[in-house]
Write a protein that binds this ligand. Sequence first.
Ligand code: SF4
Ligand code: SF4
Length: 468
Amino acid sequence: MHAPAPPTNLLNAPLIGRLLRWRWGRLFGQTLFLLAALLLIYDGFTGPPLAPENLASVAIWVHYRGFLIFALLFAGNLFCMNCPFTLPRTLAHKLSLAGWRWPRRLRNKWVAISVLMIYLWLYEWLDLWASPLLTVWIVIAYFIAAFILEALFTESPFCKYVCPLGTFNFVSSTISPLQITVSDGEICRTCVGKECINGSPQTLGCGTQLFAPQIQSNLDCVLCLDCARACPHDNVALTVRSPLKEATSSAPWPRRWDLNLLIIIFAFTGVGNAFGMVPPVYELELWLANLLRTDSEGLILFLIFAVLNLALPIGLSLAAAWLSRALAKRTEPLRYTLARYAPAFAPMAFAGWAAHYGGFHFLGSALSIIPVFQNFLLDHGIQALGQPNWALGPALPLSWLDPIELVIVLTGLAASLYALSHRARRAASRPDSPIAQLPWVLLLLGLAIAMMVVFYLPMEMRGSAFFS
Ligand code: SF4
Ligand code: SF4
């Protein structure tokens, strides 16, 4: 019998492998991102107050989010890899102000879910996308929050338990084609120091406390490659895998309420976020304002988002789990049933965000960065790139955007349905019958229909002068 072939290791690839392994590789990427962040902060404070003309709002709300989608789809969590917010981490660790452990009760995703909800609500209520000033204050708030948490606590609680961008990237990267693993599990079994997680006097271990030989999921991996730099046996690998590996995996998925509800909440927020940009939301706001006799837009949006982004996904997924368990004639705890099916929602969830951010906003405004940058240079007396052409915006004909969004949503739906039936067939002890999958199939179909209806409504093209 042959031993299994060692996984293809991108860290051994010519050039790219050397760059990834390079001791200063992450610092280099983070420094580039930091310089970009400083430029955006500068223009946010001193540049044009109109969002479609300011580098900060256009680059962050259109281009950052668009590139993020493509990076997650074709590679992995590249933003966290180069995240500038964690740059002060080393300094914060050296200060080591308190050296506390992150409270045990908070070592889950509930804080991350809450922060993500608050972030989406503030985005809509305060029209963050329309204000370069508020946009850069958010960037500054990220730096401060990351620094304080890193300085006070020993692990990296900001990335793992708090950061809403990290939460977005973690869930999305479960469908990414790259994953950390080890080349030879035998070497790990006899490894004494476990430096990949513990670190050494010269190297950092895994900040989010993942143990390379046991990694089955991209969740919580910031792709920093500290584990690869720390391993004295050169045994950590960055491998290429099927994007559906996690969604269809028969390896046990953690039966945790927070993790599984996070995936389904993430799928619903993809629609909820887009719903805040289409005409029916204004009618609903008006109706609620009359009903509650309030003119507080913040309160009304809070209620709408609380229902769309929290109450609906939690209520419907619990109902689906209960029904599915009854149809399968099982007596297991409800969270076991939820954990069997929730990971199958990841492709659908990502497709919703990809269609909206990547398919609509990015492809619909990608070229808008050119006149904005020309304008920035002109404001600083540099005429090398000429006069801005504010008509530049879409990267593709606008009539293509709706079909592209439709294809993305249908691809996500097909992938999720495939993953669902795969997980049902490989269920512990015995396969679940097709009838037991029905509640989940209906939930996925409902989500896909909601996405298509909302995405096909006239939507605000935020961040582009072309449409204003
Ligand atoms: S990955 Fe490296 S450091 Fe970690 S357990 Fe295996 S051999 Fe040891
Ligand atoms: S496993 Fe940990 S150390 Fe390795 S790349 Fe992921 S987050 Fe970084």
